[in-house]
Design a protein around this ligand. Structure first.
Ligand SMILES: [Zn+2]
Length: 150
């Protein structure tokens, strides 16, 4: 099923109720200037509910709908979105980093060899027996990656 392409004219002048307008509001609330590139990438990221993806996946999606960005810009934007708390980094696998638009506490399955991560419903697992944090540190959060193979 083809996704509608973001209308770049609309991105510059979003109307009320437009998903692009919502992305713009979200960026502003996170303290990020809603540039055209951020709006377009945000539209791709947030326009379809919670998702996991890599910079490469987002770059491929941007190319598909002819958003003129480089892979380096996609990397930088994802870094800015992560720092602003709009997305969460879930795992780095070799040279690939996975991002999650669901900011709630949950863990992940990672399918080895595939570019796929799957949510583990939080009710199905609990983490116990954590070591005390070293002097001067506190545990911010725990990310569990359960690796799967076919
Ligand atoms: Zn997730």
């Amino acid at each position: 099923m083809a996704e509608p392409a973001p209308d770049l004219r609309t991105a510059a002048h979003p109307g009320l109720g437009c998903p692009l307008a919502q992305v713009r509001v979200r960026l502003r609330r996170a303290g990020l200037r809603p540039t055209r590139q951020r709006i377009c990438l945000g539209w791709l990221l947030f326009g379809r509910g919670y998702r996991h993806l890599t910079a490469e996946t987002l770059f491929a999606e941007a190319q598909k709908v002819r958003v003129p960005v480089s892979l380096a810009t996609v990397y930088n934007t994802l870094k800015q979105f992560t720092d602003a708390g709009l997305v969460r980094q879930i795992a780095a696998e070799g040279r690939k980093t996975y991002f999650d638009t669901d900011l709630t506490d949950h863990h992940h399955f990672l399918i080895e060899g595939d570019e796929e991560t799957i949510d583990i419903p939080s009710a199905t697992m609990s983490v116990t027996g954590l070591p005390p944090a070293p002097e001067g540190y506190e545990i911010e959060r725990v990310d569990v990656i359960v690796r799967l193979r076919r």
